[in-house]
Design a protein around this ligand. Structure first.
Ligand code: 5GP
Ligand code: ZN
Length: 113
């Protein structure tokens, strides 16, 4: 049994507003946007968070960043945007399937915390 919310979104059990998809990556709009553009980019395989990245799966991470670059251009974010990954509850991670937030569409504050 896989009870992971983002695994369910990837396999279509839970609906989402898809922005981009390829063999390894799925991207969709955040349900609670913190900026005019707020997209979540996730690997299709279940990786818990940044601490779960190893030499065995880091090729997927490289691929995710290629996808992020494509998505940013599709969304016309060339002026500037932010990529964030919260790792563990202490940093604000609430869904334990690795994801990168793309935030943009407005001038972002310099404050990181
Ligand atoms: P985290 O807090 O783990 O870094 O980010 C999880 C993100 O997932 C949050 O920004 C939250 O709004 C988003 N989220 C939680 N549940 C859902 C959902 O069912 N659908 C979508 N599209 N986003 C979700
Ligand atoms: Zn998952």
């Amino acid at each position: 049994m896989n009870d992971c919310l983002f695994c369910k979104i990837i396999n279509g059990e839970i609906p989402s507003s898809k922005v981009y998809e390829d063999e390894f990556v799925y991207a969709f709009n955040d349900i609670n946007p913190m900026a005019p553009v707020h997209i979540l980019v996730v690997p299709k395989t279940h990786i818990t968070n940044v601490l779960d990245i190893t030499s065995e799966n880091s090729n997927i991470i490289a691929h995710i960043f290629e996808a992020i670059s494509k998505i940013a251009k599709q969304q016309k974010l060339e002026k500037g945007f932010r990529v964030v990954s919260n790792c563990n509850e202490y940093a604000g991670q609430s869904v334990f399937h690795l994801h990168f937030h793309i935030l943009g569409g407005k001038q972002l504050s310099l404050q990181m915390a």
